[in-house]
Ligand binder design. Structure first.
Ligand SMILES: O=C(O)CCC(=O)C(=O)O
Ligand SMILES: [Fe+2]
Length: 371
């Protein structure tokens, strides 16, 4: 790896290819890697449930092996193909706030952003729009994902593969939720009404570049921020099924703010949970903080965020005995909650819950003309 003197901040590279900085102890403490416990999807049902519950109650991260239908090589190929498209082609897929000509707000591409604490471009897709029921289509989170239409057979193959992979991840997510239901002694199909039809799940492709690639300005970031391409965070929803394509760089907080690198393993999915699932289990299952290091070279990954349908009514707690009568009557509508939580990001500040009706659009056009 070639590193210029200007990048001496990023000058320590460990054996896993992870960029490290000597003078910051909490980063230096992460050179040793941890191996995540693996759950083999060919195990008997009870053993899978036990393994999942145990990991989610402790570290909050685990690996899944032998996932039926999962094709890591093809997913990586799809990821690289997408991010290798020309800038002109990519602009056609940008979300509205990155290209005002486009009408996709929630799905599509988002480019590298100058001085952002994240350093990545990403593509978000939702459930194939033709599969969404008319009722759920009124909500803005259900939106047609834009695909590259001018790429002939390759574009078609990409789209077909991505829909297949989405369905495999969605079904796997529902299966894992049934293990979690079993683990809490609930009926196995307890979560099915939330997830089975019309899910708002997002399949994301991510391309990270090292900051030294200079694709966008990073001059306003602190030295700490420059070491990461995704700052520390917890995921927000239910389950995340992540493909890291055997790249290093993912780190988890093992407790007290101490981060450890996860040893990359080929052909596995990394599983963790979001704050919403943690919250309704009374924090019995852990939504663990994690982050991604700048590894000094291109990095690809693909998280699938399992999410319920917009209108799913989520109780405050899975265990009714932990709730007051008032809490029992105070369920949260998943999509409303999600929109409230994304509104804190400037690009979604005006995001509406439902799509505009024809008369809303006409009123807007009149307003634009009078201004
Ligand atoms: O790229 C990775 O390995 C992790 C990404 C991540 O944590 C996220 O997108 O929420
Ligand atoms: Fe995450």
């Amino acid at each position: 790896m070639d590193i210029t003197p200007e990048q001496n901040l990023l000058s320590q590279v460990d054996s896993a290819g992870i960029t490290q900085e000597k003078s910051f102890s909490h980063i230096a403490a992460t050179t040793d890697q941890i191996e995540l416990a693996s759950i083999d999807m060919t195990w008997p049902k009870e053993k899978i449930t036990e393994g999942i519950m145990d990991q989610l109650r402790n570290l909050g991260f685990l690996l899944l092996t032998n996932v039926p239908g999962y094709n890591e090589d093809e997913l990586k190929h799809a990821c690289q193909w997408m991010f290798n498209l020309s800038e002109e082609e990519k602009r056609k897929l940008y979300q509205h706030h990155h290209n005002p000509k486009n009408t996709n707000y929630y799905r599509g591409l988002s480019p590298f952003i100058a001085n952002d604490v994240s350093h990545k471009e990403l593509f978000d897709m939702g459930l194939e729009y033709s599969q969404v029921s008319d009722y759920e289509k009124i909500f803005s989170l259900q939106e047609q994902t834009p695909f590259p239409d001018d790429q002939g057979d390759d574009g078609q193959k990409f789209k077909t593969f991505m829909h297949q992979h989405y369905d495999i991840m969605q079904n796997l997510g529902v299966q894992l939720m049934s293990h979690i239901a079993d683990g809490f002694g609930l009926p196995s199909n307890y979560f099915e009404t939330w997830f089975k039809d019309d899910p708002c799940s997002t399949l994301r492709l991510i391309h990270y570049l090292p900051r030294k690639a200079n694709v966008v300005a990073c001059d306003k970031l602190t030295e700490e921020e420059l070491k990461l391409t995704t700052p520390e965070h917890t995921d927000s929803g239910f389950l995340t099924l992540l493909s890291t394509f055997n790249y290093p760089g993912l780190q988890v907080d093992i407790g007290g703010g101490v981060y450890k690198s996860i040893k990359p393993v080929p052909n596995v999915l990394v599983v963790n949970i979001g704050t919403m699932l943690s919250r309704i289990t009374n924090n019995d299952l852990k939504a663990t903080w994690h982050r991604v290091l700048d590894i000094g070279v291109d990095r690809y990954s693909s998280p699938f965020f399992l999410e319920p349908k917009y209108s799913a009514e989520i109780p405050q707690q899975l265990d009714p005995s932990l709730m007051t009568e008032e809490q029992k009557n105070n369920k949260l509508v998943y999509g409303d909650w999600l929109i409230e939580s994304i509104k804190r990001f400037a690009e979604f500040a005006n995001f509406q819950k439902t799509k505009p009706t024809l008369s809303d659009l006409q009123a807007q056009i009149q307003l634009d003309q009078t201004n």
